[in-house]
Design a protein around this ligand. Structure first.
Ligand SMILES: [Zn+2]
Length: 204
């Protein structure tokens, strides 16, 4: 599954549950779901790893630019919203834990530690410390990634460090399932943003 499909599926899954009338929740939830859906593949190595890192950096830059645009245009500080107005120094312990997990994740074999239940629990801890109850949007992006990878014929070590892996063999080699999931998810995301626009038009 490609990074863009993972991102669309993760955001799409979160989108179904996000409220339609609050732009802060929609934008904050979307950003956290993007991070959750992409962070799982930090274990991608070799040439694919380089492409992944390039895409990750691209996504981070886009998120920062969008965050700044929303701040200056609508006076909504998404970073403060996501971190629940915590001071930067209070975020350091969580950022430290996250950094350690990222280093461990990049060193682990592909589709093992980060694609497991234990990896999911460990990654949600620093995100919970930083974002409080908003961690759920990160968690949804993360779980959606693992479920989508399970469709593939290459197994994931969901019970890591146990060796047993799971693969549902539902994905065809030509990427039809990948494309299908991408289109459905993007459709759901567009509908959510349209319903938000509709809700503000009706209210004012
Ligand atoms: Zn993956």
């Amino acid at each position: 599954m490609t990074g863009k499909t993972h991102m669309a599926v993760g955001v799409g899954a979160a989108t179904i549950m996000l409220p339609s009338n609050d732009i802060k929740s929609i934008l904050g939830g979307t950003a956290l779901a993007v991070i959750g859906s992409l962070i799982v593949d930090i274990d991608t190595h070799k040439s694919k790893g380089f492409i992944f890192l390039k895409n990750l950096l691209g996504c981070a830059i886009i998120l920062i630019i969008l965050g700044l645009l929303v701040k200056f245009k609508f006076n909504i500080n998404i970073f403060n919203y996501i971190t629940q107005n915590k001071e930067l120094t209070k975020l350091f312990p969580a950022l430290g834990i996250l950094l350690i997990l990222i280093v461990l994740g990049t060193k682990a074999p592909h589709r093992s530690f980060t694609h497991s239940i234990i990896g999911f629990i460990l990654f949600t801890i620093p995100i919970y410390m930083m974002t409080g109850e908003l961690f759920k949007w990160f968690a949804i992006g993360y779980i959606a990634h693992i479920l989508a990878d399970m469709l593939n014929k290459k197994e994931i070590k969901i019970l890591y460090p146990m060796k047993k892996g799971i693969a549902l063999h539902l994905c065809s080699a030509d990427g039809k399932v990948d494309k299908f999931l991408f289109i459905i998810s993007v459709g759901i995301i567009i509908l959510k943003y349209l319903s938000y626009i509709n809700s503000i038009v009706n209210w004012h």
